[in-house]
Design a protein around this ligand. Structure first.
Ligand SMILES: [Zn+2]
Length: 277
């Protein structure tokens, strides 16, 4: 006779668990997630939070390994919540970073995750939207670009794919997709970037390399091409889930596409990079 995977007592013929045990376990999972969410929204004592979730886990047949997974998922949901309502506030950023410590999930898996990098990205965008320079700026060391003294490096993207739209025919039909006029202080929410990747079929891949964004330019360096584009010469930006498309104001310029893997951040960054006063 099999033993219940939750309580360890005999579960009955061909059964893996008692129905009541599974229900108790699943309720515990929900309760823990609820606790994490409530802490994110309302704050509280970090130590108490961890004690609480541990005791729920203990009473719900949730083992340490599983608890960790639930806490990471709960924290990730809180990051999503923070970005759902717009710009990441300073308070949200601080609390989400604290939660990683309080919940004992400050592991490389979490600290190097996309969700954690969103906190850094969110802080950069918040500063730019306020017209201020971000606090943590990347180093210029080792980059192949000749930056101007009057510009500040804001972000460096690695492994960026660079594409151009080469068929003049498709361009003659006008600018497809949604392009937007430049305006100060514009922010697009994460939700707007779900789906909708750059369709590469009509594009030509030109190069792959590093892309740097400063308060004045986009810089790109690959194995074949190295160039910079003045941000104030860009007349249209196209937001995609995985990158951006831009159109310069020169008549001969073809649309250019930079696939960074994170269209939301790239788009908001280049749209607001010139805000700094
Ligand atoms: Zn059981």
């Amino acid at each position: 006779m099999g033993k219940c995977i939750y309580c360890g007592r005999p579960a009955g013929f061909l059964r893996r668990y008692h129905k009541e045990c599974k229900e108790k376990h699943d309720r515990g999972v929900e309760e823990i997630k609820e606790k994490v969410k409530d802490f994110f929204e309302n704050g509280g004592e970090g130590e108490k939070l961890y004690d609480d979730v541990k005791s729920i886990a203990k009473n719900s047949y949730i083992k340490e390994e599983e608890l960790k997974k639930i806490l990471i998922e709960g924290w990730r949901n809180s990051v999503e919540l923070a970005f759902d309502d717009g710009v990441l506030t300073e308070e949200e950023e601080k609390r989400l970073k604290e939660m990683v410590k309080f919940l004992h999930i400050d592991t490389p898996e979490v600290l190097n995750s996309n969700a954690y990098s969103y906190l850094e990205k969110g802080a950069v965008l918040r500063s730019l939207l306020e017209g201020k320079l971000p606090e943590n700026l990347p180093s210029k060391a080792g980059l192949p670009f000749n930056f101007l003294k009057s510009e500040t490096l804001l972000w460096v993207f690695d492994n960026v794919e660079y594409y151009e739209k080469v068929t003049r025919k498709s361009y003659a039909g006008g600018y497809s997709g949604f392009s937007i006029r430049i305006a100060r202080g514009l922010y697009w929410r994460v939700g707007g970037f779900k789906g909708n990747p750059v369709v590469k079929t009509e594009l030509q891949k030109i190069d792959e390399g590093i892309m740097a964004v400063t308060t004045k330019h986009i810089y790109f360096a690959g194995s074949r091409k190295i160039f910079r584009i003045r941000l104030d010469r860009i007349v249209a930006f196209e937001p995609y889930s995985d990158g951006i498309g831009i159109q310069r104001d020169a008549k001969t310029a073809n649309p250019q596409y930079f696939i960074t893997g994170d269209g939301w951040f790239t788009y908001n960054l280049v749209r607001n990079a010139t805000n700094v006063v």
